[in-house]
Design a protein around this ligand. Structure first.
Ligand code: SAM
Length: 290
């Protein structure tokens, strides 16, 4: 199918189109397609409609890996009938996949009605609009996300999020986006008084251990059609329906691939005795008898 500027349209087995990065060798939302995955993984799992309906003031969403904006637009569309104020902060080190996707908006099918907003967003890297009772304030943070998290952004930092859509390429291809320093810095950007949940598509033991050591509570996430299980992390355990339990910890202690990445290099190794000990002492497992 169509290729330009390093991206390609691909047709998935179910007939739906998605975007593929040729340089990174990865297809965005590769099995069920962009909208179905975003609805299951983020909109439904985060209970976004319910949280927005019960929320006063601005609800802040960080969209990590803007890519072709399928996650961001699916979230906006799924909540457009609600009276709500959404502040959406999208992070990526390139705007090219979005430009590519917008040129193929018809084939991709999820831009309907948002095309003009996105033209302006690409030009100005921010946009504000009202869609019925929904108000949207959307900004783009262009740059390397791990470096940004590591920097002192001070007063210029976006407001801490209530929800994070975490959608980097896979850890094997994109290890810099899955390290323990990254998730530790991300956790430190949260406001402890502001419950925040982060779902992501991986269910790997390495990722779950990484999130736990970074400070998050971690649970089993919804199936997506592609994966029978995903992962959800949060700074407030009430946002997680099925927290990982001691049985999961026992399996992790036996796993051949569980030690977090401390550098942006993909490696697989069992838990070190020090990491195993840290995990056993986490509040999530102390007192769990399942
Ligand atoms: C799977 S795609 C995201 C798909 C997107 N969420 C969507 O709905 O279309 C992963 C994105 O992560 C971005 N990315 C990868 N490494 C990054 C880094 N170090 N800093 C910022 N963005 C990065 C890529 O440019 C790519 O757009």
């Amino acid at each position: 199918m169509h290729t330009d500027s390093g991206y390609q349209l691909v047709r998935l087995n179910n007939g739906i189109c998605s975007v593929r990065s040729l340089a990174d060798g990865e297809t965005f939302h590769p099995v069920v397609g962009p909208v179905a995955e975003a609805e299951t993984l983020y909109v439904n799992q985060l209970r976004l409609r319910e949280r927005l309906q019960n929320h006063a003031g601005e609800f802040v969403i960080w969209d990590v890996g803007l890519g072709a904006a399928a996650n961001a637009l699916t979230v906006l569309r799924a909540t457009r009938d609600l009276a709500c104020q959404i502040r959406l902060v999208s992070f990526d080190h390139t705007i090219e996949p979005l430009k590519f996707a917008l040129r193929h908006a018809v084939e991709l099918g999820y831009f309907g009605g948002y095309e003009n907003y996105l033209e302006k967003f690409i030009r100005e890297q921010r946009i504000e609009f009202h869609d019925g009772k929904q108000s949207v304030n959307w900004e783009f943070q262009l740059g390397d996300f791990p470096a940004w998290l590591d920097s002192k952004t001070g007063a210029r930092a976006p407001a801490p999020p209530h929800a994070i859509l975490f959608d980097a390429y896979s850890p094997a291809r994109n290890p810099a986006m899955w390290t323990l320093p990254l998730f530790t810095n991300l956790f430190q950007r949260l406001d402890p008084q502001r419950p925040c949940a982060l779902p992501t598509y991986s269910r790997s033991t390495i990722l779950r251990v990484t999130l736990l050591l970074a400070g998050f509570f971690v649970g089993v996430g919804h199936a997506t059609g592609e994966k029978e299980e995903t992962t959800i992390a949060a700074n407030d355990v009430s946002l997680i329906t099925e927290p990982l339990n001691l049985r999961w910890l026992e399996r992790a202690l036996r796993s051949e691939s569980a030690e977090p990445l401390r550098e942006p290099v993909y490696t697989r190794s069992p838990l070190s005795p020090v990491t195993a000990d840290m995990l056993r002492r986490l509040p999530q497992f102390v007192g769990d008898h399942n």
